[in-house]
Design a protein. Structure first.
Ligand code: NAD
Length: 269
């Protein structure tokens, strides 16, 4: 069966129950999460209606390795943004907590997150099940040598007046330990995510526009191997036509409702 909703509309309880049954019966579930899961924690996504790039297309440059390496002004802007980022004060929301709960109630094998904010870990999800496919903002790395260290220490240097801090080990360019556009993913992380997708029988994509490869290739791998595809995302994605179930509502409401169905828990009140 196929469950689908209009843009901005959540699934009916009957459709949620169908998805809950698939999840309860699944042997190996893979969940891919994107920036949309963290918007309700106050961290803007890139391409949603309130997205950082939707509102300021020039900001895309700071996430592109070519511009970052070539232009000190781009690096200074990136560090200024990093110091003042919402990510340092953001807390997990009901959507993150629902993913943690799903992992407790069902056979969630791996959560592949494109998010760099660390909010799955903050919501109590087992770190061994998480693949941070685009890295993390909680560390800084040198682009010239193998140095890697806590982001807080580099941000202290920026706050103390270094507009474009360099590596203290080799003088190289520093960057957050995230994967920028034009930068390769960590091969072991991608291989782990692809293996999990290939073995999954249900693949869920939550809060992602499914427009950034190779992460967007994961649902393709899952579908090729016979998995059901379930998408929760406020806007359309290129995979909507292939999905077995679609929810275009808000994750912070939709995911807790799904968890209640999975656990047969009645809403409070
Ligand atoms: P994206 O910006 O391309 O897409 C996010 C999608 O989430 C949009 O389609 C939007 O409609 C949807 N969305 C937003 N809020 C929602 C909500 N409350 N409920 C349901 N849907 C909602 O993000 P992406 O697909 O993750 O890919 C872009 C890149 O952005 C990734 O590489 C990621 O590393 C990076 N990013 C991460 C963060 C973060 O860590 N929180 C924030 C911004 C960007």
């Amino acid at each position: 069966m196929r469950c689908s909703t209009e843009r901005g509309v959540a699934m009916t309880d009957t459709d949620l129950e169908t998805v809950a049954t698939w999840l309860r019966n699944a042997q190996s579930i893979v969940i891919l999460t994107g920036a949309g899961l963290s918007t309700e924690s106050g961290i803007p996504d890139f391409r949603g209606p309130q997205g950082a790039w939707t509102k300021n297309p020039a900001a895309e440059k700071t996430a592109n390795l070519r511009y970052y390496v070539a232009d000190p002004e781009v690096r200074k802007a990136a560090w200024r943004h990093r110091v003042n980022s919402e990510m340092w004060t953001a807390a997990p929301n009901d959507g993150h907590r629902a993913v943690t709960e799903l992992a407790r109630l069902t056979s969630v094998h791996t959560v592949v997150t494109q998010n760099i904010d660390g909010l799955h870990q903050a919501a109590g999800l087992d770190p061994d099940r998480i693949v941070e496919i685009h890295g993390t903002v909680h560390f800084a790395k040198c682009l010239a040598c193998s140095w890697r260290g806590p982001m807080a220490e580099t941000l202290d240097r920026v706050r103390a007046g270094e507009e474009d801090p360099v590596c203290l080990a080799c003088g190289g360019i520093l960057k957050s330990a995230t994967i920028s556009f034009g930068e390769n993913l960590v091969p072991a992380d991608l291989a782990r995510a692809e293996r999990a997708a290939a073995r999954s029988d249900v693949f869920m994509a939550l809060g992602t526009s499914l427009g950034v490869y190779p992460a967007a290739g994961l649902p393709e791998i899952a579908l090729r191997n016979g998995a059901r595809l379930v998408i929760f995302n406020a806007q359309k994605t290129p995979f909507d036509e292939l999905a077995d179930a679609l929810d275009h509502g808000t994750l912070g409401t939709a995911l807790p409702a799904l968890v209640r169905q999975v656990g047969n828990i009645r809403p409070a009140g």
